[in-house]
Design a protein around this ligand. Sequence first.
Ligand SMILES: [Zn+2]
Length: 164
Amino acid sequence: MANRRTFDLDEYIERIQNSPCFICEMIAGRLAGNQVIHQDHSTIIFLNKYPVLYGYVLVAPVRHREHVTGDFTVEEYLSLQRMVYQTAEAVRTTVPAERVYILSLGSQQGNRHVHWHIAPLPHGVPFKGQQLEALRVENGILEISEHEMEDLAGRIRQHLDLTS
Ligand SMILES: [Zn+2]
C-alpha cells in the first residue's frame, strides 16, 4: 500500500474558495493532472486527486449543478445514480474492498459542483479507523505516482460496464 503524505488542508481551502469550479475547469480542459475514467454528455468520472483510500473515484454531472437532489429531475437523478452504481461496481472489481462507501458532500463555500464520492475501504482496517475516520484528509493522503494513477484509472475504466 502507498505511503501517506501530509495534506495541507488550509492551502486547499484557500485555493478551492478562490478558484473557479474545479469540475467545470477540468471539463473545459483548463485543469491538468486529473485522471478521467469516463466522460459523456451528462457525466464525468475521475480519480480523486487527493485520495485517502486507494481507488477513490468521484462522479459528477457535466453541467454545473449544486444541490444533490434539488437541481435534478428525478429522472436525471436516477440516471446519474445508475452511473454511480456502475462506477462503484467497477471500483469494487478493480480494488480489493471490505466495503464501498458512497456519499455526496460539497459546500456552498467552495466545492459547489455536486459530486459523489466512491471510496473503497480496504480489508483489515480496524473498526475505529473505518467510516468517516477513513475519509479524513487530516490523516494524510496516499502518495501515488502519476503513472500509477493513470494505470489505476485505466483498470477501473476496463471494468466499467455502462450497459448494466
Ligand atoms: Zn462546476
